[in-house]
Design a binder for this molecule. Structure first.
Ligand SMILES: Cc1cc2nc3c(=O)[nH]c(=O)nc-3n(C[C@H](O)[C@H](O)[C@H](O)COP(=O)(O)OP(=O)(O)OC[C@H]3O[C@@H](n4cnc5c(N)ncnc54)[C@H](O)[C@@H]3O)c2cc1C
Length: 320
């Protein structure tokens, strides 16, 4: 098919952007060197949580827009989205994050905190089974007549020959694709275990904690996290890190002790000092970047995708 727009990347940024463009009437093709199930997005936990992403003013807006979309989509069980209640707790006194108001955050009473924690707040937020959600987005895209093609680009110029509009949603791949050394991998590892009956999520929100600890209960499984290693591009699971993740999670939730391990997941968060969402004229075409979402690619996905679609609409209208 000849496309009006090519989206590079089939992670949550690429697929959401492609859905927005296709549903706005464009003929869209997604070109990707990895299928959706093998992306960083598929490895994510994943909760709506604006973590490790800048700049804060736009992150706040994009996360708010995404939150309302994920809540609406959560009504359909096939999306893999559920609205789950849980707590974020800290081992030192600290204030609720600025975004707590968006998710109805309320302070925990001291007797409701887990052992070793002195502050905490309770809220409800979307918890997403990412492999299932990416599958849902791909299906929604196919319903618009759009396709996903397996293809690796050596340089963005090659993609510009494929369609008049190209959107670059290549995550950490942007470092090579558009020669952007400011993109860094922040490696994350998770362990997926059988769910012993946990229904609420837990997240250690201690400021500047050395290691991440979180427990995300899906229906039959629980995702245990995590790690955050800047500059580490290794995609193979580290057994020692997995043991430490399990030990930290069991310490806060003893019912996890002995839970059967089902899977380990590793992904590379695409970190950048600022998310790059910007358009540029490239040759005779339009190139729009949408990458660098760090630890919040799901959390920002709909806000960013809609902004990309709106920017393309404005440029195409102005040049028509
Ligand atoms: C362990 C872990 C837990 C996380 N938890 C959360 C969470 O709870 N909430 C949250 O919001 N975020 C979370 N994140 C962060 C989130 O996963 C990322 O921000 C998000 O996946 C980035 O999505 P993306 O689509 O931009 O990139 P990716 O998912 O990495 O997709 C990039 C795509 O570009 C393609 N590509 C790259 N280069 C090329 C090329 N040259 N040619 C063709 N295709 C190319 C790739 O094949 C891939 O399809 C987590 C991340 C990790 C690792």
């Amino acid at each position: 098919m000849s496309a009006d727009a090519v989206v590079i990347g089939a992670g949550v940024s690429g697929l959401t952007t492609a859905v927005c463009l296709a549903e706005a009437g464009m003929r869209v093709r997604v070109d990707t060197d990895r299928p959706p199930g093998a992306t960083t997005s598929a490895a994510a936990g994943a909760m709506w949580d604006p973590y490790l992403a800048e700049p804060s003013d736009v992150v706040e807006r994009w996360s708010r827009e995404t939150l309302s979309e994920l809540v609406a989509l959560g009504v359909d069980k096939d999306t893999g989205i559920r609205i789950v209640e849980g707590t974020q707790e800290s081992r030192i006194p600290c204030a609720m994050p600025t975004w707590s108001g968006l998710v109805g955050g309320r302070l925990c009473a001291p007797e409701d905190l887990r052992r070793g924690f002195v502050a905490g707040w309770r809220y409800r937020a979307p918890l997403v089974d990412m492999p299932r959600y990416l599958h849902y987005l791909a299906r929604r895209l196919a319903e618009e007549g759009s396709s996903i093609r397996s293809h690796r680009y050596g340089a963005v110029e090659e993609a510009m020959r494929e369609a008049p509009v190209v959107v670059n949603c290549s995550g950490t791949g942007a470092r090579a694709l558009v020669d952007d050394p400011s993109v860094e991998a922040v490696r994350g590892q998770l362990v997926v275990v059988e769910n012993p009956g946990i229904e609420s999520f837990f997240c250690d929100g201690t400021p500047d904690a050395d290691e991440l600890t979180y427990i995300y209960p899906h229906a039959r499984t629980v995702v245990l996290g995590g790690t955050s290693d800047r500059g580490n591009w290794d995609l193979s699971p580290d057994e020692e890190a997995a043991h430490r993740i399990i030990a930290r999670c069991v310490a806060v939730e003893p019912s996890l002790s002995g839970a059967r391990i089902l899977e380990q997941r590793v992904g590379l968060r695409p970190a950048r000092t600022r998310i790059r969402l910007a358009e540029e004229h490239h040759g005779g075409g339009l190139l729009v970047h949408n990458y660098g979402h760090g630890g919040a690619g799901l959390t920002l996905s709909w806000g960013c995708a809609r902004e990309v679609a709106e920017r393309i609409r404005r440029v195409l209208t102005a040049t028509a």
